[in-house]
Design a binder for this molecule. Structure first.
Ligand code: GLP
Length: 260
């Protein structure tokens, strides 16, 4: 796992946008894994700027979102489909038909989950998966004790996540309790995982994910199983990492031939 510690959220956003720009430039039909939450917002804003000012194109890119609420219609402003449309797909030139989201309104959600997995396989899998981390260490909507081998399926949100996400809705009672999320096993199949975390509130979950034991109680610790995982954090989110100096020295001395 590579831990990249940068000064602030703006630097984190530019660093991750650089990774995505390199990928999309080398492979215009790359498959991106898109995350929601506030953590990737700076990355999306930077990609939108690069599209507008420098012509970075996503015309051939395909994308798969991590998760979706159950029962929210796709055009609800807080559905994750709307979120990604607002911050990314509507402001770059990606073909909306190529942005896939787990179907939280399907009559048969289990069948829709299996179809989503099949679609990801047909696309050749995800090249770069963006990830945030929940206060309780969740990845996507894989709450603590999610199987590390799980696939796309229905999950029930914890009280903590309902509380955290209430800020996007009128009140906690309006946050859907059930969601569809790619499983940890699904996420681990992406070729490159890039987890973004900024701010002091993320310091503890980041430390548990990076330096704690590999355990389902902290789903993000599953990154330890991945051969190409990059954790990009600002100083505040890095503040509880025991080996922070080692990560800084490693990054500062990174050989130029090593991939990002
Ligand atoms: C939600 C999303 C996660 C995201 C998490 C953290 O629960 N399903 O994918 O990582 O929020 O959100 P934020 O980045 O706003 O802290």
């Amino acid at each position: 796992m590579e831990i990249v510690i940068l000064r602030d959220a703006a630097d984190v956003a530019e660093y991750v946008a650089d990774c995505i720009e390199r990928l999309v430039t080398a492979r215009p039909d790359a498959v991106l894994g898109l995350a929601t939450g506030s953590s990737p917002l700076g990355v999306y804003a930077s990609l939108a700027r690069r599209h507008r000012d420098a012509g970075l194109s996503f015309a051939q890119v395909r994308a798969f979102q991590l998760d979706e609420y159950i029962g929210l219609p796709p055009d609800h402003p807080e559905s994750y489909r709307s979120f990604v449309a607002r911050h990314f797909s509507d402001v770059v030139d990606i073909d909306p038909a190529n942005v896939h989201v787990p179907d939280g309104c399907a009559a048969d959600v289990t069948a829709a989950c299996a179809a989503y997995e099949a679609l990801m396989r047909e696309a050749g899998g995800v090249d770069l998966q963006l990830l945030g981390i929940g206060a309780d260490g969740h990845l996507g909507f894989n709450e603590p004790t999610s199987s590390l081998a799980s696939r796309t399926r229905v999950k029930t949100l914890t009280e903590q996540t309902l509380l955290d996400n209430a800020r996007f809705f009128g009140s906690i009672d309006e946050v859907p309790r059930h969601v569809v999320t790619q499983g940890i096993g699904t996420i681990l199949e992406a070729r490159h995982l890039v987890l973004i975390a900024t701010g002091v509130a993320k310091a503890e979950p980041v430390a548990r994910a990076v330096e704690g034991p590999l355990a389902a109680i902290c789903p993000a610790s599953a990154l330890q199983l991945h051969p190409h995982a990059t954790v990009v954090v600002d100083e505040a989110a890095a503040s509880k990492l025991t080996l922070a100096d080692y990560y800084r020295a490693t990054f500062a001395n990174k050989p130029s031939w090593q991939h990002s």
